[in-house]
Design a protein around this ligand. Structure first.
Ligand code: DC
Length: 223
């Protein structure tokens, strides 16, 4: 079974998807982590992110592994490094690059091959797994999302202001929705969940209900 969770930054996708996958016993695919890892690899190699050829070479050469909730780049654990404010902002170059997207879409499909998966990102229901059994679109209002991101960054010890985080979020939203390939779209067959005012546990409970309602009869019988 493939469960896709798409939505804008800060809607709580990653944490909810991770717990959902663990509860279901499915593999968790954090596809945003792949775009971030390509960006980190490029920055560390001194590659100009606007150099499309060079960025593609980095994406094609980088060994990215998502296992046990950790992200490994060329064998190194970069789980924390890819979430810095600077990498978050710079990731737009990889996300806007059609060649990089094609490469990462391929890796995402390979990672899901023959497995039950919860896959989280922007284009999972549209481009990567259009035939997914269960599609969820997770949102929250702009202010709530920016507040969550701001609290996360403060907890990591980063010196940012709420206004800065909010402005960057608006910019990322615009880019995510307007991206010609892999842009964020709520598909007609997706169930929308607005997480405003919901605790993380409530979000996971709601997602569990949605998955249960979409689960193919064959996999339910096998439980
Ligand atoms: O979900 P996130 O914040 O970790 O995503 C990081 C960036 O990657 C974000 O700017 C959107 C982009 N992204 C994407 O274009 N397609 C995906 N499937 C996942 C993330």
């Amino acid at each position: 079974m493939i469960v896709t969770i798409d939505g804008p930054a800060g809607a709580g996708k990653s944490s909810a998807a991770r717990v959902l996958a663990a509860k279901l016993g499915f593999r968790f695919l954090d596809t945003g982590a792949m775009y971030r890892a390509v960006t980190l690899a490029a920055v560390e190699r001194g590659v100009d992110l606007r150099d499309e050829q060079a960025l593609l070479r980095v994406a094609e050469g980088a060994e990215i592994h998502l296992t046990d909730g950790r992200v490994r780049l060329d064998g190194r654990d970069v789980t924390k490094a890819i979430r810095s404010f600077d990498i978050t902002t710079a990731t737009r170059h990889a996300a806007d690059h059609q060649g990089v997207r094609a490469r990462l879409v391929e890796l995402q499909r390979e990672a899901a091959h023959g497995q039950d998966v919860v896959s989280e990102g922007r284009d999972q229901a549209t481009v990567v797994f259009p035939d997914a059994d269960c599609k969820i679109f997770l949102t929250a209002s702009d202010g709530v999302r920016a507040r969550r991101r701001y609290d996360d960054l403060l907890a990591r010890g980063e010196a940012v202001t709420y206004e800065e985080v909010f402005a960057k979020q608006q910019d990322r939203d615009r880019r995510d929705y307007d991206r010609p390939v892999g842009g964020l779209v709520r598909t007609a067959d997706a169930v929308e969940v607005n997480t405003d005012g919901m605790s993380p546990e409530q979000v996971v409970d709601r997602l569990m209900q949605i998955v249960a309602s979409r689960r193919p009869a064959s996999s339910q019988a096998g439980e």
